[in-house]
Design a binder for this molecule. Structure first.
Ligand SMILES: C[S@@+](CC[C@H](N)C(=O)[O-])C[C@H]1O[C@@H](n2cnc3c(N)ncnc32)[C@H](O)[C@@H]1O
Length: 196
């Protein structure tokens, strides 16, 4: 029996005790671009169920910090340098009060995705709003020189959002990891060296 790509990564994640197949996307980006380093302070937006936290936590270690936020509760038990918070990224009061004590971050990650409707234009518009908000949070919470990595569904908003990111960061890349499902229109924008 031939396995599809998602079967392969899903099974691999289960076997390796990772919380989601999404871990392999960040793992590939990490291998290529060394986004995370030991001791980094990392904010992970849209973090549930927690596989990116598993990878990031392992890299930053006890000298670092990972704060994960999601609409859904994150139930996994992580080491004490990981903080998980439940809330909506569009709730400005929640975000600012919850994160104030952890600022600044070296890396802001966003794997946020909207609940999809199957209507391409609506889904890409919702994904663009999540991306835009993640960028806003990153520009508020990132230290100069920091890194921003965020998911976006390709759509008419893509070029404008990429242009906005380019204004704020020294170097940008558009990445589509191998572990991305074939039919998915998601890509990641990686932006390094936040301008001060
Ligand atoms: C693809 S999943 C993230 C998987 C995660 N990176 C992992 O490795 O386990 C996308 C997440 O974005 C979250 N999300 C969507 N809209 C959000 C919002 N407005 N605020 C916070 N989280 C949101 C969803 O609840 C969902 O858990």
């Amino acid at each position: 029996m031939a396995f599809t790509v998602q079967d392969y990564y899903f099974r691999k994640a289960k076997k390796q005790n990772y919380l989601a197949r999404a871990i392999y996307k960040l793992e590939e980006i990490q291998k290529r671009f060394k986004v995370l380093k030991a001791g980094d302070r990392v904010l992970d937006l849209g973090a549930a169920p927690g596989s990116w936290i598993q990878l990031a936590g392992g890299i930053v270690g006890g000298a670092g910090l990972v704060v994960g936020i999601d609409l859904k509760p994150i139930q996994h038990a992580f080491p004490k340098y990981v903080v998980t918070l439940q809330g909506d990224i569009f709730d400005h009061d929640f975000v600012e009060s919850a994160l104030r004590d952890y600022l600044p971050f070296n890396v802001v990650l966003s794997d946020m995705a909207p609940a999809t409707s199957g209507i391409k234009a609506a889904d890409s518009a919702r994904s663009a709003l999540l991306f835009e908000r993640a960028l806003e949070v990153a520009l508020w919470g990132l230290a100069p020189g920091g890194t921003f990595l965020a998911k976006l569904f390709q759509g008419p908003e893509f070029h404008q959002l990429l242009a906005e990111v380019k204004k704020q960061f020294g170097k940008t890349r558009v990445v589509r990891p191998e572990a991305t499902r074939k039919q998915s229109r998601e890509i990641y924008i990686l932006a390094m060296n936040r301008k001060s």
